[in-house]
Design a protein around this ligand. Sequence first.
Ligand SMILES: *Cc1c(COP(=O)(O)O)cnc(C)c1O
Length: 341
Amino acid sequence: MPPYVPGARGAADRLPPVKLSSNETPFAPLPSVAQAVAAAGEVAHRYPDMFAVELHERIGAFLGLGAESVAVGGGSVAALQHTLQAYTQPGDEVVFAWRSFEAYPILSHIAGATPVPVPLAAGGRHDLDAMVAAITHRTRVVLLCSPNNPTGPALRTDEVDAFMARVPSHVLVVLDEAYVEFVRDPAAVAGLDFLQRHPNALIARTFSKAYGLAGLRVGYVAGDPALIAPVRTCVTPFSVSAPAQAAAIVSLDAQAELAERVEAVVAERGRVADALAGLGWDVPDPQGNFVWLAAGERTGEIAAVLAEREPAVLVRPFAGEGIRVTIGSPEENDALLEALS
Ligand SMILES: *Cc1c(COP(=O)(O)O)cnc(C)c1O
């Protein structure tokens, strides 16, 4: 099995690094969120609500769906794992684009299924024709990632609809929208609309990125209750802690404050992408909170030079392919641009 490689962290004997390696938000938790987490800590000797009833209800209402349309997990990576466990058995195949989210092959193996990675097309985009061609009688699940981590472009509604028309209806298609809040491409597929038009579809979302709760671990899959029910049976009992449940609920009430933060990241994304273009980089359309540098053979060398800086600029290199860089605060982004120039 391939190991999961987390984003680099700082070294103890160095200045605190510019950490652009894990697609985290540069903003600390909102005061209301920190308060809810502290309050939940006061009763940490008690188990959390095993069924996370209020959280399911609140997410359901937020999506305009019912609570029974939602299955939460310890991060959406866990919700995706439970989905694959629910829908696949040994010999079944899981089709996804590659390179994409590095958890997909790992989660497929954990479920006992066989991962079927399909190379990306030009511009870091899904090759949906090749993905249709990769579907066999063994395929049970297709994972779509929009915007694609680590390359950045979002899938378009028209191409996804054409794709769905060619996917057999017994194949489950999961649209991973971990970065949906950052999408500004008007042609991009929208998960809720996608769910309504395709009965064999689910979406996956997370509180780790735009909501800034990566350290608390909460995410979910959503869709038709009949498709969600098997996922719920596979969820590890009590897997979303009480502080995480409380923080997610408070965050759903703080949409306006969080939207301002997302807007700031989107603005910085534009600035960074323009500056990179000025430095000669051909950056694929960035629709998440990160940009992709197709550094190819020079990936390791460039990442090493960035890490040597003081403070270190930490990024996520994929050997021989390229470097994913998270959009940070303006100062962090300046440090990146200066180092790259
Ligand atoms: C970050 C990410 C997730 C989920 O992260 P969690 O912290 O487990 O919620 C899921 N999919 C993609 C593509 C991601 O980049």
